[in-house]
Design a protein around this ligand. Structure first.
Ligand SMILES: NC(=O)c1ccc[n+]([C@@H]2O[C@H](COP(=O)([O-])OP(=O)(O)OC[C@H]3O[C@@H](n4cnc5c(N)ncnc54)[C@H](O)[C@@H]3O)[C@@H](O)[C@H]2O)c1
Length: 460
């Protein structure tokens, strides 16, 4: 375990060199020694774009654009101190060259074949990476068509009940652990049908009984999450599935020091929503309606074309506006918003999603105005760096004594459409509050002064 000593590493020096000097001692974040094993559930478009991207960056073929951990800086001390190191030089993150990937999928395709199928990255780039990508072959998955109706795979584990399947996943995790120093698991699998928490999710004990009895309330994503946490492994959820958003999983996360965070990568339309809505609110501009529609042609779009999976996504996408606008505080501005979201499966576009937003707003004396947003994005190009950052930050949380046993890492809300919070706490959706929270958490764990943006000291 690393403690802060005088004359220590560059990272330690950066943490200690703040201007006011009131918090000079870092809270003992363990260094990122050795290999970080990343186990990815679902080797589809997002996962293969992340894996191929990491390898492309490692080889110097491309830059990690969109990744805060790789390109972002963090200001330390006063504006006049001129200290803004890269985040990865300030906190001890795993180096990309130390990442080892493996995963599970319901199809046998290796990562090269799966990436070619997803058709996010061009053939020329993939060809350069083929020797590396084709060596990563998925392990058989835990899957049940009941939860993802549009898919049917053959590369699937068999077991006498859900507990047996969880044991098989735990054996996979333990075997992989022997080859690396630390492990993080991330769900990049499909969106499951909409599930609500039931009695089986209330406690670890009830959940384990449910696994044994094949309780239908337990979806495959929860079997992976359970296996991860039983092995003390952090777990991120890129889909809107219920997964760890239940008391049993939160309890297990704390008990086994296996950090978790919210769900559903915040990439395209919701990313824009959580930028625009705070701007309207900051200026007290009213909103009457917000209509969002998308066309999407990849496998995710195909899965979301099924109403039960769409419902899961819709719920996740709907949450942000209500929490940002706080209609209970601003009834004149936000109590009567018509918010509608559509996702249309349109194969010709593949991963190149197009999103439209029509926003009906009103200003001074109630005069109406409109704002139109047309985002021509690439779904997995936006999601891949988020997946990478979540993995690296969850690994950091696991090495940080103050964070690893608190369960939910709310400071990672920045990346997620549905942030997870302590019970009774409303989630913060505003991207800029989330960004500040993330950076202040990093300052905090490294013993640097928090930045409040008060700034009166410049006028003393
Ligand atoms: N791309 C984005 O911008 C974005 C944004 C937010 C959320 N997401 C979510 O991320 C997830 C992945 O998206 P994608 O575009 O890569 O989808 P995808 O369909 O290309 O990949 C999903 C993969 O998961 C596999 N899978 C499904 N169930 C599995 C299971 N039980 N075990 C193992 N593998 C399983 C599928 O076979 C497939 O290969 C989806 O849930 C999607 O909604 C994506």
């Amino acid at each position: 375990m690393a403690t802060k000593k005088k004359g220590g590493s560059k990272k330690e020096a950066l943490a200690g060199r703040t201007s006011s000097g009131s918090r000079k001692t870092a809270l003992m974040v363990e260094p990122a020694k050795g290999k970080l094993g990343v186990m990815v559930v679902g080797l589809g478009a997002v996962a293969t774009t992340m894996i191929a991207g990491v390898e492309a960056v490692r080889r110097g073929l491309a830059k990690p654009i969109g990744s805060l951990t790789q390109m972002g800086t963090i200001r330390l001390g006063k504006r006049t101190d001129n200290q803004s190191p890269l985040i990865k030089d300030f906190v001890p993150l795993a180096d990309l060259k130390d990442i080892v990937f493996t995963g599970w999928d319901i199809f046998e395709d290796n990562v090269y074949e799966a990436a070619a199928h997803a058709a996010v990255l061009d053939a020329e780039t993939l060809k350069k990476l083929k020797p590396y990508l084709s060596k990563i072959k998925p392990m058989p998955a835990v899957f049940d068509r009941h939860y993802v109706k549009r898919l049917d795979g053959t590369h699937v584990k068999k077991g006498k009940n859900k507990l047996d399947l969880a044991e098989q996943l735990r054996a996979d995790i333990r075997a992989f652990k022997k080859t690396v120093n630390r492990v993080v698991i991330i769900w990049c699998g499909s969106t499951e049908i909409f599930l609500k928490p039931t009695a089986v999710h209330k406690s670890i004990e009830a959940f384990e009984k449910g696994l044994e009895k094949n309780d239908p309330g337990i979806a495959p994503s929860q079997i992976y999450a359970y296996a991860a946490m039983k092995e003390g492994v952090p777990f991120a959820n890129g889909a809107p599935n219920l997964t760890v958003d239940v008391p049993a999983m939160i309890e297990l996360s704390k008990q086994n020091a296996a950090p978790i965070c919210g769900k559903d990568f915040k990439t395209g339309q919701t990313f824009m929503k959580t930028v625009l809505a705070p701007a309207f609110k900051a200026r007290m501009i009213g909103v009457k309606g917000w209509f969002s529609t998308n066309i999407l042609g990849n496998r995710d779009g195909e899965v979301l074309d099924e109403p039960h999976s769409f419902k899961t996504k819709e719920e996740s996408k709907l949450g942000s506006l209500e929490y940002i606008f706080q209609p209970e505080l601003y009834p004149d501005l936000y109590s009567d918003i018509y918010h509608k979201i559509r996702i249309e499966y349109y194969p010709p576009r593949g991963d190149e999603k197009e999103a439209w937003d029509n926003i009906d707003i009103f200003g001074w004396l109630g005069y109406p105005m409109q704002l139109k947003v047309n985002f021509l994005c690439r779904d997995s190009i936006l999601a891949a760096p988020i997946a990478l950052d979540l993995v690296l930050f969850l690994d950091l949380a696991k090495r940080t004594p103050e964070l690893r046993s608190i369960g939910i890492q709310e400071w990672l809300s920045f990346y997620l459409k549905s942030p997870q919070t302590a019970q009774g706490l409303y989630p913060e959706h505003d991207l800029f509050i989330q960004s500040m929270k993330l950076k202040n958490t990093l300052r905090h764990i490294m013993g640097a002064d928090l930045i409040t943006h008060l700034g009166l000291e410049y006028y003393d």
